[in-house]
Every structure is written in C-alpha cells, then in structure tokens.
Design a protein. Structure first.
Length: 338
C-alpha cells in the first residue's frame, strides 16, 4: 500500500489525505465484490441437507405446518416434533426413526414384537379406553396422533387438543402405506417414509413371485382364536390384508365378500382352504384350538391331512405397520414355498 500511495502521489501530486480516501474506497469495493462472489455460491452451504437427502434422511420442516386431519380439524403441527404420542402407531413411528414418549398397551398385553426398539418407553393402558388428558399431560407431548375414531370419539379429541396439537386418523389401519406417508409429512420424515415404502413394496414383489410359483391358485385361511370366539379373517385388515391384497393369495368363500366370518365345528366343512394359519390371540384361544383341531371334522380337512396348518405369532400377525407386515410376509414364504 505504501508503494501505491507513493506512485499515485508522484503521478498526480495529490494531497495524501485524498489518496488515502481513494484507497479505502477501492478496498471497500473489492470487499463487496468478494461478498457478491460468495453469495453466488450460497446453495453449496446446504451440503448437509444434500447429504441427508441422498441418505434418505429428511430435514424437519423449517416452520410450523397447518394441516387438516381426516376428521376435518385444522392442526398446527410443530416444526420439529420431539415428543410424539401416537398409540397403536408405534410400528410406523419406528419405521421413521421416531421413539414415542409412551406406547399403547391393553392391560398387560403390548406389541411384543416392537419391545426391543421401544425399550424404556412407558406403557399406557387402553383396555378401559383412551387415557385421560391429565395422565397424558405427565408425558408432555408436543404432538398427539390418534389412530382411529374410537380414540378421538366421546370428546377425547377436544380434550387431547388442549394438551397438545392433535391429528386424528379415521382408521390408520385401513391403509398402512398411506398412513405411513401421512406420518412422514407430519413429522418431517417424508424421505424416510418413501424409503421404507420402497423397500416394503420390493419385498412384496419378491415374495409374490415366489408364491406365484409355489402356491398359484391356492386358497389360504387365517383363523383367529380369541377370548370372544373363533373367526376367519377377511382381507381388509392386519394379516388378511397382506395375504390377500398384497400377496394375491386366494380367499376362502366364507370371506370373499365379508371382512370376517364366525368359525365353529358346524361351519368347518364349508372352509375351502389349501393352507390354514392359526392365531392364538394373547394365548386365550388355547382350549378352543385343542377342541377344534382335535375333532374328526378338522382332521378330515385337506389342509390338515396334508400337514398344511401353521400356528403363527399372534403379536405381529395382528399388528399394524410395515414391521409387522414384513414379518408376516417372511412367515408366509417360509411355510408355503418349499
């Protein structure tokens, strides 16, 4: 700078004070040019976001969302919910990498197939209905998500909405894939939801190809033994939805147009199934299983005579979510594909 001042002064014989002003002004202009140059490359500052997107990881919404739930309520969803309570949606939450503040249970029964991932998460008993708002307040949720109409009915929605923003599904079990996508949008986990759905659909396709070769045209029955009776499951929920809607296996005539059918010794002769899956719900159907499977009518059925009756886990075969559904697919392929 000293040399520059000297040359300028010699060239124009300007006063030193004037020369200094010119040099400072030039420096400021150069600095602005540098700043503008940096601004042109500003998008590169989001490399973490690009990396997260490439890895299938979502960034939380930049600000609060206002969405309409399936019951028509407008819900202000926090930008990045940290304390989520979504009873009986824990399967889907875990698929999105979210651990809830509390989990659903019915008496002493819970979703055992999720307990490793839900370690340390307290249980809330729904056997007598949804817990009171006062009980829920102790967990300090910042977002509540209700899985079905029975949880939001009887004024529960209005009470819960006073505790935290509350989003209500009419029946999240009706379409687990759609529900997972909705949860992804609510929780800033759309990329995780998309990734999980892509993997699930690939698994369904691979299993279907194997089953088309091993059991094409075969019918499969799912019999649920519970405290309240014995029923044949249809294709609109839980494992029935996976077997019939996703894997394309044949349904027995008794549930072709119905979502369930009562099963008794008198009805058994009408059950047309090449394979039978038995579910002993909470272990409460043990005696009834012995009675029915020990009967001559049962033993005369083609599936029983050919050794194609399989008892499967009551826990995830009655579960709702991709974790449960993927386990059901694995069981089905294991038993039907030889």
């Amino acid at each position: 700078m000293r040399d520059m001042l000297h040359r300028l002064r010699l060239a124009g014989r300007m006063p030193l004070s004037v020369l200094l002003c010119l040099v400072v002004a030039g420096g400021l202009l150069a600095g602005c040019g540098t700043a503008n140059k940096g601004a042109a490359h500003a998008p590169e500052a989001n490399t973490d976001e690009k990396s997260a997107a490439a890895d299938g990881q979502s960034q939380a919404p930049a600000k609060e969302q206002v969405v309409k739930d399936e019951l028509g309520h407008e819900v202000k969803v926090p930008a990045a919910p940290q304390r989520v309570f979504a009873p009986y949606l824990e399967d889907s939450l875990l698929k999105l990498g979210i651990k809830p503040v509390a989990q659903w249970s019915s008496g002493t029964q819970g979703q055992d197939y999720l307990q490793q991932e839900l370690s340390g998460v307290p249980r809330l008993d729904f056997s007598g209905g949804p817990p009171s708002p006062e009980v829920l307040m102790a967990y300090n949720p910042d977002l509540i998500i209700l899985q079905n109409n029975s949880y939001s009915g009887n004024g529960n929605y209005e009470k819960y909405a006073k505790v935290a923003p509350t989003y209500a599904f009419t029946n999240a079990s009706g379409d687990v894939e759609k529900s997972l996508a909705t949860l992804g949008n609510l929780l800033g986990k759309s990329a995780e939801a998309e990734q999980a759905l892509k993997a699930y659909r690939q698994k369904v396709q691979e299993a279907k190809e194997k089953l088309d070769q091993a059991a094409k045209g075969k019918k499969v029955a799912v019999i649920r033994f519970a405290a309240r009776g014995v029923s044949l499951m249809g294709g609109n929920y839980m494992s029935g939805q996976v077997l019939y809607q996703k894997l394309g296996l044949g349904k027995p005539k008794l549930v072709e147009k119905e979502n369930s059918a009562t099963i008794s010794l008198e009805i058994l002769p009408q059950l047309d199934a090449d394979y039978i899956f038995i579910i002993n719900q909470y272990g409460q159907g043990t005696e009834r299983i012995k009675e029915i499977t020990g009967s001559p009518i049962w033993k005369a059925m083609p599936a029983a005579k050919q050794g194609q009756v399989f008892e499967v886990s009551d826990n995830y075969w009655l579960g709702n979510g991709l974790i449960a559904y993927e386990k059901i697919i694995d069981d089905t392929v294991k038993h039907l594909v030889k």
